[in-house]
Write a protein that binds this ligand. Structure first.
Ligand code: NAI
Length: 708
């Protein structure tokens, strides 16, 4: 049985109106079958004497074309197979570009990767001025490059600099920006998309040709010297950002440069060749795995049986401090819910509201929302020093000081003020949810929602059910976290949950290394070179030394001496070195900016930095401390799957994505090797390195965290 076609068309008044609508799928992606239909459709229309021009649309409500079919991409067995795939795509789009009849596309919704490359091959682009319309080339995020002509057509259309901005970052742009850049010819309200696109096709069919400013005429881009400068700067920036760990952006630079120097045909050939090479790299494989993992997580209700999440219309926030205000602001900005904040006095409430509002101001500045939307959203924020207004809250997030009896008292107050159906979530970072819930009338409605700071920017949320939390409370917290734009993992109510559990031994070990004479900068540099966004000492400064000390204390009390922080940490805290927030920690800070290392730290630690262990050992000790703890936590069921654990580490503290996460990395190293390395470290440095039972088991049975 053949499946119904994805591409259909009708001819109206000399204009072929083509619709792509993959049957049974929520989005359009381009795979082999669709490609064959494309080719056939365009051939037929080219020969049909009745057709003068073509107008192309998606049949999906909020999606144009999301890109090439990644499922097909992962099945590629070899470099040459990948190269062929790219060349085929290029041929197909080349035919569109050279078609004897002009093609206008009407874009609404995501127009990404191969979908955008198709639009680039067309002759006129109309897009809706709607937030769902996002245009971009995200390929480098999967460790590959746009390889259906994107590295050639985009720079020819908008100039090298703008093209590189889009290709190298892999970020998508709103239609309005795309219009400013010259990608989109016309911007319309969604209701007018069909009419305007068809009219453009008709005009072109009558001989009219759109006039475009010449990209080559743009300053700098136009002459070879200026262009060389643009490439040099871009290369430098890429190397700074990727630390040389990600080959795709450099390959994309190469493809663009080659095409501009040698012409379209040569450029396409190079693009396909580089695609072939990148497609089979380990980096690309890891990035694609992460993509699949996050996509799967988005569909995961976070609990077996998956009860429908409850609707959240009103949010209460108690504690309008740093975290509470961030949560309130993010909730308004992302989920457009009504937010009521409460703090101990009106002054703090006002400060919290100002901070929350900043999240909206920031979106306005970055033109993510209009002035009108900003006004409407600001009106959703309100606050009080009492629980007035909490009577209609569906969810209340508590973010008061980290103190069990205070949190229990606040929980009782919330239960008294909020309706019985309301869920109470604690943003605690160290206190067991089950302990907090002991004070509850309705413990089944209490849960942990552990946000990370700064809330508007950090992508991860840990949702922590307590011993009595009901399943629909879990699915509601997960669904609401997602509405806030977070990647959500559900973790067990165990000390440190997942993220802080992994960071505990890692940061402790950084202190041990310092005390052994390592230099602060050397520690940070070694881990940044390994792929972390910041090193462990900078991370300590960011987290706050007092916060880290407290968290380590909790881990130590619950899990034993192997998690004990070196006592020196407490000394630094006593000295008032709390990290960035107090203007000094291991580094000095002035006006919020990091200055140099504060040499006074060494005096306080009574150590002369003498270089300490070599970078290789630094990395091994820090990474293995983390991997070992991750293995233990997996053994205790802290995360629901290795997938959640890896995503949590990547999104929670920037574990290098190209290494796939701590558990993938452990698999890559192999359990046997890990156990042997840990045993050697344990012999030298003490029992804190004793290999986790889980690793010993994996080594014994020659198995892995991931089945394959
Ligand atoms: P903060 O000190 O900035 O804010 C706490 C707020 O709670 C203050 O404004 C305080 O006035 C208010 N508060 C205290 N008692 C109150 C009461 N009875 N009623 C109403 N408001 C009251 O602290 P921060 O950093 O926002 O932390 C809050 C919670 O978030 C803590 O549980 C902390 O462990 C957790 N957390 C903090 C992270 C961070 O990086 N700062 C990260 C993740 C969680």
């Amino acid at each position: 049985m053949t499946s119904p076609p994805a591409i259909t068309w009708e001819i109206r008044d000399g204009i072929a109106i083509v619709t792509l609508d993959r049957p049974g799928q929520s989005v359009n992606v381009i795979g082999r079958a669709v490609k064959a239909e494309f080719v056939q459709c365009f051939e037929t229309l080219e020969q049909d004497a009745r057709v003068r021009a073509i107008a192309f649309f998606s049949g999906k409500p909020d999606n144009f074309i999301a890109g090439a079919d990644i499922e097909e991409f992962v099945q590629l067995g070899s470099q040459s197979e990948a190269e062929r795939l790219s060349a085929d795509g290029q041929d197909m789009l080349d035919r569109v570009a050279r078609l004897a009849k002009p093609v206008a596309v009407g874009i609404h919704g995501a127009c990404l990767g191969g979908g955008f490359e198709f639009a680039l091959a067309c002759h006129y682009r109309v897009a809706t001025d709607h937030p769902k319309t996002q245009i971009g080339l995200p390929e480098v995020q999967l460790g590959i490059l746009p390889a259906a002509g994107g590295c050639q057509r985009l720079p020819r259309l908008v100039g090298v600099r703008a093209a590189l901005d889009m290709i190298l970052a892999g970020k998508s742009e709103r239609a309005k920006k795309a219009q400013r850049l010259g990608i989109v010819d016309e911007l319309v309200h969604p209701a007018l998309l069909q009419t305007v696109t068809i009219a453009a096709a008709r005009r072109m069919g009558d001989g009219w040709r759109p006039r475009r400013r010449r990209a080559g005429g743009l300053l700098l881009d136009g002459n070879p010297v200026g262009r060389a400068l643009v490439f040099r700067m871009a290369r430098k920036q890429v190397l700074r950002k990727t630390g040389g760990h990600y080959p795709a952006p450099l390959a994309a630079l190469d493809a663009v440069r080659h095409g501009l120097a040698r012409g379209m045909r040569e450029g396409l050939r190079r693009e396909a060749e580089l695609f072939g090479r990148l497609a089979v790299t380990d980096v690309s494989r890891k990035l694609v795995q992460i993509f699949f993992a996050t996509t799967a997580l988005k569909k995961d209700a976070g609990v077996d049986g998956a009860p429908e999440p409850l609707p959240i219309r009103r949010l209460g926030v108690v504690g309008a401090g740093f975290m509470g205000a961030g949560i309130g602001g993010t909730a308004v900005a992302q989920a457009e819910v009504d937010v009521r904040m409460k703090d101990a006095d009106l002054q703090r409430v006002a400060a919290g509201l100002t901070t929350a509002r900043r999240v909206l101001d920031d979106r306005l500045t970055r033109r993510r929302i209009t002035r009108h939307q900003h006004q409407r959203l600001v009106a959703l924020l309100s606050g009080s020093d009492s629980y007035s207004g909490f009577g209609r809250a569906d969810l209340v997030v508590e973010a008061v000081f980290e103190d069990l009896s205070l949190k229990q008292k606040v929980l009782r107050e919330i239960e008294a003020a909020a309706p019985p159906h309301a869920i109470v979530a604690s943003n605690t970072s160290t206190i067991p949810i089950t302990r907090i819930a002991e004070a509850a009338q309705r413990p089944e409605r209490v849960i942990g929602m552990h946000f990370f700071s700064p809330v508007p920017r950090m992508p991860l949320l840990e949702v922590i059910p307590g011993a009595h939390t009901g399943p629909e409370v879990i699915s509601t917290a997960v669904a609401f976290g997602r509405r806030l734009g977070k990647t959500v993992i559900v973790v067990r109510d165990a000390p440190g949950f997942w993220v802080n559990r992994l960071l505990g031994p890692y940061m402790n070990e950084a202190m041990h290394l310092l005390l052994q004479g390592a230099r602060i900068e050397d520690l940070d540099r070694a881990l940044v070179e390994w792929g972390f966004p910041v090193g462990p000492i900078t991370l300590l400064d960011e987290v706050g030394l007092d916060v880290a000390e407290k968290a380590s204390g909790v881990l130590q009390a619950a899990l034993g001496e192997r998690l004990a922080p070196p006592p020196a940490l407490a000394g630094l805290v006593r000295d008032g070195r709390l990290g960035r927030k107090s203007g000094r920690g291991f580094y000095r800070y002035a006006k919020g900016r990091k200055q140099g290392v504060d040499a006074g730290v060494y005096a306080l630690l009574d150590r002369h930095p003498n270089g300490g262990p070599r970078p290789g050992e630094i990395v091994q000790r820090l990474v293995l401390a983390m991997l070992n703890e991750a293995a233990r936590a997996v053994g205790e069921g802290v995360v629901r799957s290795p997938r959640d654990g890896d995503i949590g580490a990547i999104f929670g503290f920037g574990f290098p994505p190209f290494r796939g996460g701590p558990l993938r990395h452990a698999d890559d190293l192999g359990a046997a090797r890990l156990v042997a390395d840990l045993e050697r470290l344990a012999e030298r440095l003490g029992p804190r390195y004793a290999p986790a039972d889980v690793l010993r088991d994996l080594a014994r049975h020659n198995t892995r965290f991931y089945p394959s």
